[in-house]
Design a protein around this ligand. Structure first.
Ligand code: NAD
Length: 476
């Protein structure tokens, strides 16, 4: 039986805890009860982590690709060995079903193995020059990275935040979400146990605003990688600009899903409905605004409501549960506010709309339809198990609705018309477009958004390049 572990920070390879530090209660979202106390960094801890990160960069920028690959592959192997324990701990602190947590861990395994190969493909280029002269373009690691990861993918987000800098030859200070810290510590421990020098990657926790101001205010940090809300992303981008720190920003989305009337509605629902309830909708690429052509609108809306109503919601450690609780008390509060506002503005409630039970943070999978565009939920990311279904007549109207918001992370479309598929791929403003698929990620594919959904990519060769700077060397 997996026990929830005691918590610490990892600075210079040491487990840091106690010592009169402030603490944060990590809570089980099934019960609301405390799992463990997390120590929070004070300014001296952060200064120490910065000094160590500077040394770590001096070590790791000189590492060979073979050394980087061995660490990444070794960590991937250890994650596989520890998969059941790590996934259970992720479920305990974040709430998602165990099977989802395990898939998340397997994505880390795939990503680390992909990066282990990518370290050998750091190709620059040689420019054409007269005989006797040489000019080359080379890529070098950017420097110590400050990485802030949220709670929705407690294993996957730290995996991305650690894997890319390590592949690139950087050092990294990770501040993962205080609400799900044990999973992040587990991923870092696999890297350290696989032989990563202790100076190269560290984990701190703290009061988020204190930590980000402290780290981004230091000349040591050369790159910020943030995943979280657009509001905080904009705030951090401003802080980063004071020191000209490069940024990768993976922010919020409001996933449009265009469903045309030439599709098999049941086939679309078979992936769209579980796609919506995955991680209780707390996914930046969650399908959210269902933009449905009139002829299939009612069938789609009713089918979505029936499927979401039938979702088995429960403790993520119960194998029967298809959806767990929401991760923290802020989410069901937000869901209630979205529903009340939408109904007051004239939307229709097709299923759900309420909390479940009186302990923990459970919320019913919810379908709202005919939702006016001025409803809050049509403009702000719900980040919950909430499908918004509205009817439209033409392709042009559907594309206009997909592009209405300033977000541009993931978008999906369902149509069997090949010409239309190509038009949609070109016209929809998003970093990732799924055509007849809700699967839009992959270790080898760039993951990221445009406009208010952020900039830069994680995963793929682009994820490693995002931790590098370019240099042109001209030899006379
Ligand atoms: P939030 O905006 O306060 O926090 C989001 C994340 O950013 C958390 O992990 C938090 O620890 C971190 N954070 C907050 N302030 C920070 C700071 N000053 N410096 C560094 N990190 C900071 O909101 P929340 O209640 O945790 O989540 C609500 C919203 O955040 C959601 O509605 C969703 O839009 C967004 N979110 C997005 C993602 C994503 O994958 N893009 C993940 C989690 C949350």
């Amino acid at each position: 039986m997996t026990q929830y572990p005691s918590l610490h920070m990892i600075i210079d390879g040491e487990r840091v805890m106690g010592g009169g530090r402030r603490t944060f209660d990590v809570v089980n979202p099934v019960t609301g009860g405390t799992l463990a106390e997390l120590p929070l960094a004070d300014p001296a801890d952060l200064d120490r982590a910065l000094e160590v990160a500077q040394r770590g960069f001096a070590i790791w920028r000189r590492s060979t690709p073979q050394e980087r690959a061995a660490v990444l592959q070794g960590a991937a192997r250890l994650m596989l060995e520890r998969a059941d324990d790590m996934a259970r701990i992720a479920t305990m602190e974040q709430g998602k079903p165990f099977a989802e947590a395990k898939i998340e861990l397997m994505m880390n395994v795939g990503l680390f193995n992909f990066y282990a190969g990518e370290v050998f493909r750091n190709y620059g280029r040689e420019l054409v020059r007269p005989v006797g002269q040489r000019s080359v373009v080379r890529y070098e690691p950017v420097g110590p990275v400050a990485a802030f990861a949220p709670w929705n993918f407690p294993l996957g987000n730290p995996g991305r935040k650690l894997g890319a800098p390590i592949a690139a030859g950087c050092s990294v200070i990770l501040k993962s979400a205080e609400e799900a810290p044990a999973s992040a510590l587990g991923v870092l421990q696999c890297l350290l146990d696989a032989g990563l020098p202790k100076e190269v990657a560290q984990a701190v926790f703290g009061v988020p605003d204190e930590v980000s101001r402290h780290l981004l205010g230091s000349p040591v940090i050369r790159k910020l990688s943030f995943t979280g809300s657009t509001v905080i992303g904009k705030h951090l981008a401003k802080l980063a600009s004071d020191n000209m720190i490069r940024t990768t920003m993976e922010l919020g989305g409001h996933g449009p899903v265009l469903v045309f009337d030439d599709v098999d509605v049941d086939h679309v629902l078979a992936t769209a409905a579980p796609g919506k309830t995955r991680n209780a909708g707390q996914v930046c690429v969650s399908p959210t605004r269902f933009i449905v052509q009139e002829n299939v609108y009612e069938r789609f809306r009713d089918g979505m409501a029936a499927r979401l109503a039938a979702t088995r919601v429960g403790d993520g450690l119960d194998p029967a549960a298809q959806m767990g609780p929401m991760a923290n008390p802020r989410r069901p509060d937000a869901m209630e506010a979205f529903v009340a506002d939408a109904l007051a503005k004239g939307a229709r409630l097709d299923t759900g709309g309420e909390r479940i039970g009186n302990q923990g943070y459970f919320f019913q999978p919810t379908v709202l339809s005919e939702v006016p565009l001025d409803a809050m939920v049509m403009n702000e990311e719900p980040f919950g198990p909430m499908a918004l279904v509205n009817p439209y007549a033409t392709e042009a109207e559907m594309i206009a609705e997909a592009n209405r918001l300033p977000y541009g992370l993931a978008a999906y479309s369902w149509t069997n018309d090949v010409q239309r598929q190509r038009r949609l791929a070109a016209e929809i403003e998003a970093g990732m477009v799924g055509i007849n698929s809700h699967m839009i990620g992959g270790a080898d594919a760039p993951f990221g958004g445009v406009q208010w959904s952020g900039h830069g990519s994680e995963d793929g060769p682009e994820g490693v390049k995002a931790c590098m700077v370019v240099k042109a060397v001209h030899e006379g």
